[in-house]
Design a protein. Structure first.
Length: 261
């Protein structure tokens, strides 16, 4: 990257806390677990729970992880299943029913009833975490490579041909959603993405200045230190600096960017 972003910035990750606080009863219809109530009735019987079974209301709920809850009120058992398990087969819902009802009625849930749940849950949790992470990152980051004034894909290909023998693989290129205060560009090795500060996508910013910032990030792509995620500060070795000066308009671009407001 060029220049350091202020701490905690520039992406300002938002969390889905609003969803977590949705009060009971305000969930939309599509949150209902299909066949969930019948499954819970069945497991209630199979575990030999005593007394009259409650009515079951079984819904998916956007818990952050693998949390499932049951609360009995007015002869209705309100079950919330983590929506990480959306699309899970019946055997998995049976496993959750066994675990929750066993806890509620002080019964023992046979291990074999939980097996499908345990294995499904581990995989589902992993992939849902990855998905959320990717979505959040994508949302907070760039838009398209073609800006109002400068087209990053075109510039990348040209630089690639001129300085890298065409051997660089073009990553995803984008302009930042918002203008950053200090950082001009960044290469995120973990995501395989180069972002440039939207502030550079202006008529009064000459192409050589944009190109220089892009060239700099391409050097980071060429010489990855490690996987640098979230555009953290990357160091520049003397060799890196030497290579950077190979850019034809290096002096001019550096001078221009120094004055840029
Ligand atoms: Zn850098």
């Amino acid at each position: 990257m060029i220049r350091r972003p202020p701490p905690g910035r520039p992406y300002g990750e938002s969390r889905e806390s609003a969803l977590k606080q949705t009060p009971m009863g305000r969930l939309s219809k599509n949150a209902i677990v299909a066949g969930g109530a019948a499954t819970f009735q069945r497991i209630f019987t199979r575990l030999g729970c005593l007394g009259k079974p409650p009515e079951f209301s079984v819904e998916f709920y956007p818990y952050a992880g693998l949390t499932h809850t049951v609360r009995v009120r007015n002869e209705t058992a309100h079950v919330r299943v983590s929506d990480v398990l959306r699309g899970a087969p019946t055997a998995v819902i049976e496993g959750i029913a066994a675990i929750l009802l066993a806890r509620l009625y002080k019964r023992r849930a046979p291990v074999e009833m939980q097996l499908d749940y345990r294995s499904f849950a581990a995989t589902a949790l992993m992939s849902s975490r990855m998905q959320r992470l990717r979505k959040r990152r994508a949302r907070n980051r760039g838009t398209v490579s073609r800006g109002r004034w400068h087209d990053l894909n075109m510039l990348y290909d040209r630089l690639n041909a001129a300085y890298f023998g065409g051997e660089m693989r073009r990553p995803s290129l984008a302009w930042s959603v918002r203008a950053w205060r200090r950082q001009l560009g960044c290469f995120d090795g973990a995501l395989g993405q180069i972002l440039l500060n939207r502030r550079l996508d202006r008529e009064d910013v000459p192409e050589f200045a944009v190109e220089y910032v892009l060239y700099h990030e391409m050097l980071h792509q060429k010489h990855p230190l490690r996987l640098v995620a979230h555009c953290r500060l990357q160091s520049h070795s003397p060799a890196f600096r030497r290579e950077e000066r190979r850019y034809a308009h290096y002096q001019r671009a550096a001078r221009f960017l120094k004055r840029l407001r």
